[in-house]
Design a protein around this ligand. Structure first.
Ligand code: 9YT
Length: 132
């Protein structure tokens, strides 16, 4: 069993910060359980486009208000406490945070912890023993 608390991850390699968001990656590929689990904060007033071409992702909002646009269909959905979106088709999407959004995110395959978005919002597939 593994028991951890978010506070213990602050400013470690599991605490990944970018201009629009901060993500504490609680469960990673190295734990060997087939998914990764992240606590992500999207900063108020930001707009971010992501396209996880290699990962299925579930995102559950526990705080804040915003919206998600499916860039493939143009559909816009409200996000608030209790909203879950499941990217089961590798959809390119845009997140707008009206207020700070707090999200619990699950990735399959699991993120290793080294991924950062490229200019298209894509994560590569990394494995625990790859160099890059
Ligand atoms: C909301 C969202 O796409 N979260 C993804 C996880 C986070 N950006 C991370 O850990 O890279």
């Amino acid at each position: 069993m593994i028991v951890t608390n978010l506070e213990d991850l602050n400013d470690t390699e599991r605490d990944v910060k970018s201009e629009n968001w901060r993500s504490r990656r609680i469960v990673l590929a190295r734990e060997g359980v087939g998914f990764s689990f992240h606590d992500t904060v999207i900063y108020a007033g930001t707009t971010s486009t992501f396209h996880y071409q290699n990962h299925i992702e579930a995102v559950y909002c526990v705080q804040g208000e915003g919206s998600i646009t499916n860039e493939e269909t143009g559909e816009v959905h409200e996000i608030r406490d209790g909203t879950l979106y499941l990217l089961d088709g590798y959809e390119k999407h845009t997140l707008r945070a009206e207020t700070e959004l707090r999200m619990a995110c699950v990735f399959n395959p699991p993120v290793t912890g080294r991924e950062v978005h490229d200019e298209n919002g894509v994560y590569p597939v990394l494995t625990e023993d790859s160099d890059s």
